[in-house]
Design a protein around this ligand. Structure first.
Ligand code: NAI
Ligand code: MG
Length: 492
């Protein structure tokens, strides 16, 4: 055990074919509490050998029955999982908050959404429908939907268990089996949930959890010839590498790569609601949100007042121990993310004006805390306006009129989300149509529902999660032709 590690540090195992196992190398790596910088757990450090075992288990489970289970049975298992998550939600929320640094109140919402996600797809399992194709011959032409096979799922650390649910729920409902790799920073809640798999009747090997790092555990999963599909949420750089790695085996890939989402405020918007919406859009979950409204576009006539009001409120945001209920912002997830966000704060000071924050939150002697930070007079071509920061750093950009706003908003390599605030429904609808983004909110930012599609345009990725769109990504389409004509073809 490394020095400085407290006695209560728990050593976890990972789940392969229903068994709790160490990594083949026996190596583990530490998992931290980002508010204290203390090690809270040790987790198996998986490599290719472990991934190979997990994929073999998932393949076997798929071939030996899960792929043929009835939709009702898969649905019931998902309902039982939802129920169990709900029953244990206090424990899960506390662990999530401790491990990721997110405020406990937000973690409670996340865990509630986890249960809802399993429930939704439990219900959807029995609604996977085929078609009868209206072909012109004396034949019955059918379209069948079948599970794609083994799914490799690689998830990030900002919504650890929720991203697990977004990946596992539709895959299981579709009849796929899974190898899930949680983020190395935050594997704990997924591992806790995996404790209940056998109780709820999930057969061994249907879901395997492999803990490890991207290059050593993620990449072998992407390259594995027996994996039929990769679902990834994370950085654009890794997303691009995954597309290249998946090419050799022509895998299905879906990617959710975050963005630089514009939050657009017209002068006629309700001012109080606007300020609140700007803060919520960019600072919720410490700004570690793929759809963060990190480019705040404000119409010139309200711009000075807006920057001032937003900054005043930002300075009062309560940073603190994530487990305290009044805390509105916890630490960033890791030292790596802290350093990254700090470097963007410094870059911002060189290319824009600072209205709030700008550094480490000095009142904490330890923990990866940074101040909620607002830059204004930001050029849309500045580094802080183009690159995803993934921390509480806002870039406020002025605009003159509607066409100016849409032009700036769309001038980004990303296109995950956008929001527009106005009391003019016609203006709102024109913007909705013109914005190149997978999600557009009007007079709100961030509400996310399992019933509605999630995913981006442009370099924010491809494929859609959630709703019926999410299950489609785990299904193959088979055309079946049944000849009803008893005569020979008669061609030769
Ligand atoms: P990352 O993209 O490196 O990590 C996300 C997941 O991918 C983790 O499970 C990681 O182990 C895995 N991974 C990393 N390299 C891999 C590889 N070569 N092959 C297969 N899997 C691999 O994200 P990171 O480094 O934690 O954060 C960097 C930036 O990424 C953030 O600052 C943020 O801008 C962005 N990000 C976006 C997210 C989103 O929700 N779209 C979530 C997390 C990060
Ligand atoms: Mg990385």
């Amino acid at each position: 055990m490394p020095t400085g590690v407290k006695a209560e540090v728990r050593t976890y195992q990972m789940l392969i074919e229903g068994e709790w196992v160490e990594s083949a190398s026996k190596k583990t790596f530490p998992v931290y509490d980002p508010s204290t910088e203390e090690v809270i757990a040790q987790v198996p450090d998986a490599n290719k050998e472990d991934v190979d075992r997990a994929v073999a288990a998932a393949r076997k489970a798929f071939e030996s029955g899960w792929g043929q289970t009835t939709a009702q049975e898969r649905g019931r298992i998902l309902f039982r999982l939802a129920e169990r998550v709900r029953k244990e939600s206090a424990m899960l929320a506390e662990l999530e908050s401790r491990n990721s640094g997110k405020p406990i109140v937000e973690a409670e919402f996340d865990i509630a959404d986890v249960a809802t996600c399993f429930e939704y797809y439990g219900g959807l399992a029995t609604k996977i429908l085929g078609y009868v194709n209206p072909v012109p011959d004396n034949a019955l032409s059918l379209t069948l939907k079948e599970p794609i096979g083994v799914a490799g799922q690689i998830i990030p650390w900002n919504y650890p268990l929720l991203m697990g649910a977004w990946k596992l729920a539709p895959a299981l409902a579709a009849g796929c089996t899974c190898v899930l790799k949680p983020a190395e920073q935050t594997p704990l809640t997924v591992l806790e949930m995996a404790n209940w798999f056998s109780d709820i009747g999930l057969p061994p090997g249907v879901v395997n959890i492999v803990t490890g790092f991207g290059e050593t555990a993620g990449a072998p999963l992407v390259q594995h010839p027996e994996v039929n599909k990769i679902a990834f949420t994370g950085s654009a750089a890794v997303g691009k590498a995954i597309v290249k790695m998946a090419a050799d085996t022509v895998k299905r890939v879906t990617l959710e790569l975050g963005g630089k989402s514009p939050n657009i405020f017209f002068a006629d918007a309700d001012f109080e609601a606007a300020i609140d919406g700007a803060l919520f859009g960019v600072f919720i979950n410490q700004g570690e949100v793929c759809s963060a409204g990190s480019r705040i576009l404000v119409q010139r006539s309200i711009y000075p007042k807006f920057v001032e009001a937003m900054s005043e409120k930002a300075k009062k945001i309560k940073l603190g121990n994530p487990l305290e209920r009044e805390t509105k912002m916890g630490p960033l997830v890791s030292k790596e993310q802290f350093d990254r966000v700090r470097s963007y704060q410094e870059a911002g000071k060189k290319e824009a004006k600072l209205a709030a924050g700008g550094g480490r939150a000095e009142k904490f002697s330890r923990g990866f805390y940074v101040e909620p930070t607002i830059f204004y007079d930001v050029s849309n071509s500045a580094k802080i306006a183009r690159e995803e920061i993934f921390g509480p750093v806002a870039s406020v950009i002025p605009f003159e009129n509607e066409s100016d706003a849409v032009k700036i908003a769309n001038d980004s390599p990303y296109g995950l989300a956008a929001a527009v605030w106005t009391r003019d429904i016609f203006k709102a609808m024109r913007a909705v149509k013109a914005l190149r983004a997978g999600i557009v909110w009007v007079n709100h930012m961030q509400p996310t529902y399992v019933e509605a599609p999630w995913g981006g345009y442009k370099q924010s990725g491809f494929g859609r999660e959630l709703g019926p769109w999410g299950i489609e990504e785990y299904l193959e389409t088979k055309q079946v032709h049944i000849n009803l004509n008893e005569q020979p073809i008669g061609w030769y």
